[in-house]
Design a protein around this ligand. Structure first.
Ligand code: CUA
Length: 148
């Protein structure tokens, strides 16, 4: 192995280690779980927002043509610093569920539940959009997380 190959191998290995470190930092430091599909999760067809602990929340979100049911329609309010588990499904076709300025970027799939966790450190409004073309009303599918 010549000197150039050794350098290339060292660079590749350091990039892999750096990437792994960033994944661990995102999971532990930012409390952002990797988006997951939960094949054995309980199914639900109504949205809800539940407080499950001190500043800990669970949101069951149901996407439909054309909106998001999260207990209230298209909008939820949370206190600053809230750590939220999002469980997302769909009532009809495949939709998207992306929360702006967060790592929540899920598919809403009928008969399945996808999951992501996020901590809202900053007050403000976070737009929720459907990023999967789902029909004629796709462009109207928007929601909001309001952090106070
Ligand atoms: Cu729902 Cu696009």
């Amino acid at each position: 192995m010549d000197r150039f190959e050794k350098r290339a191998m060292a660079l590749a290995l350091s990039l892999v280690l750096m990437f792994f470190g960033l994944v661990v930092y995102a999971a532990k430091g930012l409390q952002a779980d990797l988006p997951t599909c939960l094949p054995n999760a309980r199914l639900f067809d109504r949205g809800r927002l539940v407080e499950i602990g001190p500043n800990r929340y669970q949101v069951d979100a149901v996407a439909f043509m054309w909106g998001f049911d999260m207990g209230t329609l298209n909008q939820i309010k949370l206190p600053r610093g809230a750590v939220v588990d999002f469980y997302v499904t769909s009532r009809d076709v495949v939709h998207g569920y992306h929360i702006d300025k967060t790592l929540v970027n899920l598919k809403a799939v009928p008969g399945a539940v996808t999951y992501s966790r996020v901590k809202f450190d900053r007050a403000g409004e976070y737009q929720i959009i459907c990023h999967e073309y789902c029909g004629l009303g796709h462009q109207n599918m928007a929601g909001k997380v309001i952090v106070e």
